[in-house]
Design a protein around this ligand. Structure first.
Ligand SMILES: CC(C)[C@H](C(=O)O)[C@@H](O)C(=O)O
Ligand code: SF4
Length: 467
């Protein structure tokens, strides 16, 4: 059909301010600001004597380098303290919405904005953080940007974006019990690679996606950046609308009715043309565990770490060899047999209430294994923490031997006090397992919250119930 458009085209066309040959100037509706990537952008604004174009588009909070324990005692180092202070001063100078460390709305921006109803379908969003792809779960065109882009958005409310291609993945089949969105993301990246979506906006479609909750859709879109995508997208349906209704910043009354009518158009038309289409069937997917240093290096829980001989491509073999060396592993070892030192349940991939409920259900009445030195549960926001506490999940975790922390990025990356020591092996619900990601010499294995919880009890990788 000649007039058929993809969801991406619909969002793009509504926001183009100026069309250059290979890029466009895109209007940005929402700007999420953190403490790490914004200080220099504000310095630039001040140095040029500029005003902010639309200060009301900003929501700011600190998430990356803040402590998740004993917050009142202050920050772990000077650089972190300076970044936090800069954010606070900038928000006050420019009169921006800022959630301070003792505001329950503070947390990881990719958890905070959706749960408040600040992430809305049909909007464009910029944030100085690569996991901004998360917001695509709401049919928002959301870009992770760098510090100079942040300055541009603050000053002009526009972003220069290169022309992007469209990629749709149809996720089909029946999700087996115990297999979650995290496993779908890891399985997809394992099959198609960490660069399969480079230069593309990646739309997740198909019956499996339609059946997922918003939390699970956010997990999928969060990992779109690990497939190289510039943005993730999922069409609006009743699940989206039901999730948003009644959220503090979502529209109300007549505005809600009008918004819903528009949001319902935010899906790709039949016959819309994509630059690339992939299919991923989940019928035989099992819970995934990464064994290497990219999110594509994963195996199913019943599998062994691949042997070097199984890689026919020399470059892939070399990469696997380096990864195994860093991870202290040998090909052919069953992934279940790896003994763990730490457990991290948190991050913008898997720290929402649904994730915590799944984990709590698995560890209830059990104890973290003796060989686990530290098991952290880090809710994605103060509101997630409150909700979990109102359901008694904190007690379940604490009784099982987990530490119940305040919201933040925490052990997802080594920018605060929560980290791995040299050689420590961790089951982590985060999204990146690069060398040194969770601390110098730390060995990260990406898993779903269910697998992290079960593995905490067993002390090694296993499925729930296998202790
Ligand atoms: C520090 C920040 C800019 C970085 C990102 O862009 O994603 C971090 O959040 C990450 O997950 O690696
Ligand atoms: S939780 Fe991890 S991936 Fe997400 S924004 Fe923070 S550091 Fe980045």
């Amino acid at each position: 059909m000649p007039d058929s458009k993809t969801l991406f085209e619909k969002l793009w066309e509504r926001h183009v301010v100026a069309d250059y040959k290979s890029s466009v100037l895109l209007y940005i509706d929402k700007h999420l600001v953190n403490e790490v990537t914004s200080p220099q952008a504000f310095d630039g604004i001040r140095a040029a004597g500029r005003k902010l174009w639309r200060a009301s588009s900003v929501v700011a909070t600190a998430d990356h380098n803040i402590p998740t324990l004993n917050r009142r005692q202050g920050m772990h180092d000077r650089a972190a303290q300076e970044q936090l202070q800069a954010l606070e001063e900038n928000c006050s100078q420019f009169d921006l919405t800022y959630f301070s460390l003792n505001d329950p709305r503070q947390g990881i921006l990719h958890v905070v904005a959706p749960e408040l109803g600040d992430t809305l379908p049909g909007t464009t969003i910029a944030c100085g953080d690569s996991h901004t792809t998360t917001h695509g779960a709401f049919a928002a065109l959301a870009f992770g940007v760098g510090t100079s882009d942040i300055e541009q958005v603050l000053a002009t409310q526009t972003l220069t974006v290169p022309k992007l291609k469209s990629l749709r993945v149809d996720i089909e089949g029946t999700l087996p019990a115990g297999v979650y969105a995290k496993d779908v993301a890891l399985g997809f990246i394992r099959e198609f690679g960490t660069d399969c979506a480079v230069g593309h906006v990646l739309e997740f479609a198909g019956s499996v996606v339609s059946g997922l909750s918003m939390e699970a859709r956010m997990t999928l879109c969060n990992m779109a950046t690990e497939a190289g995508a510039r943005a993730g997208l999922i069409a609006v349906d009743d699940t989206t609308i039901n999730y948003l209704q009644g959220r503090p910043l979502a529209p109300t009354g007549e505005q809600w009715t009008a918004a819903v009518a528009y949001w319902k158009t935010l899906r790709s038309d039949p016959g819309a043309r994509y630059d690339k289409v992939l299919r991923f069937n989940v019928d035989t997917l099992t819970p995934q565990v990464t064994w290497g240093t990219t999110p594509a290096m994963s195996v199913g829980i019943n599998e062994s770490i691949p042997s070097l001989a199984s890689f026919s491509d020399p470059a892939a073999r070399k990469a696997a060899e380096n990864a195994l060396k860093y991870m202290g592993l040998t090909g052919g070892t069953p992934i279940r047999s790896l003994r763990l030192d730490k457990i991290f349940i948190g991050s913008c991939t898997n720290s929402r209430i649904e994730d915590l409920r799944v984990a709590a259900g698995i560890v209830e009445g059990k104890k973290v294994a003796a060989n686990i030195r530290q098991a952290l549960i880090v809710p994605g926001s103060g509101l997630v923490k409150k909700q979990a506490e109102s359901e008694g999940l904190d007690k379940i975790f604490i009784n099982a031997g987990f530490e119940w922390r305040d919201a933040g990025c925490s052990m997802c990356l080594g920018m605060n006090n929560d980290r791995l020591s040299d050689g420590e092996r961790c089951a982590s619900t985060s999204n990146r397992n690069f060398e040194g990601r969770q601390g110098h010499g730390g060995r990260s294995h990406l898993v779903s919250p269910a697998l992290a919880a079960a593995s905490a009890i067993a002390g090694h990788f296993c499925l729930p119930g296998e202790y």
